[in-house]
Design a protein around this ligand. Sequence first.
Ligand SMILES: CC(C)(COP(=O)(O)OP(=O)(O)OC[C@H]1O[C@@H](n2cnc3c(N)ncnc32)[C@H](O)[C@@H]1OP(=O)(O)O)[C@@H](O)C(=O)NCCC(=O)NCCS
Length: 159
Amino acid sequence: MGVDRELLGSSEEIHGRFAKAIRTGDPNQSAISLGITLNERLVGYTLLNRYSEDVNYSHWHIIDSNLRRRGLSTALYPFRIKAYFDVAPISRLIHQTRTRNLGVNRMLDKFIVVSETKLIDKPDGVASPGEFHIRCVGRDDIPRIFARAEELGIIPARG
Ligand SMILES: CC(C)(COP(=O)(O)OP(=O)(O)OC[C@H]1O[C@@H](n2cnc3c(N)ncnc32)[C@H](O)[C@@H]1OP(=O)(O)O)[C@@H](O)C(=O)NCCC(=O)NCCS
């Protein structure tokens, strides 16, 4: 997945990072992690890293590999985006995705266009340097993302 093992750190350091990202209710909390559950079982997580009102990066991971490529991330995308904007006073979210990661890019292609593709020396989180697609989502895009999900038949059309 292109993770920098140095940045990833030990299991204790990883545990510490997630513990710090459990929601406290502080509107200034710099990292917020949310679990993805399916039938009440934890199957993945997302992490929102916040730097300023308009510089915020999200990470998304389906832990159970048997559940990948089955449409889960696509089906959850509108709800995921709404959740970030609901839990934090942010105005813009940036998706920074490695160009060779076909799954995540195919999923995002359904909703948000790539605005830029570039080499990044210090990508967000624990990723190693490489080529990334950049896509931006604003609070005002949420209704359009839900409409797109309806159009794609991912969520039922409102009457
Ligand atoms: C990448 C990831 C989030 C995709 O989630 P997912 O739930 O498997 O995605 P979906 O099932 O909704 O698939 C979305 C599209 O990508 C395609 N796809 C998914 N994984 C793929 C893969 N490994 N190779 C090629 N295409 C893939 C699906 O077929 C689907 O395309 P289609 O609707 O046009 O047929 C998931 O595989 C994952 O968590 N991977 C490990 C962590 C990771 O890479 N996170 C992203 C970091 S930026």
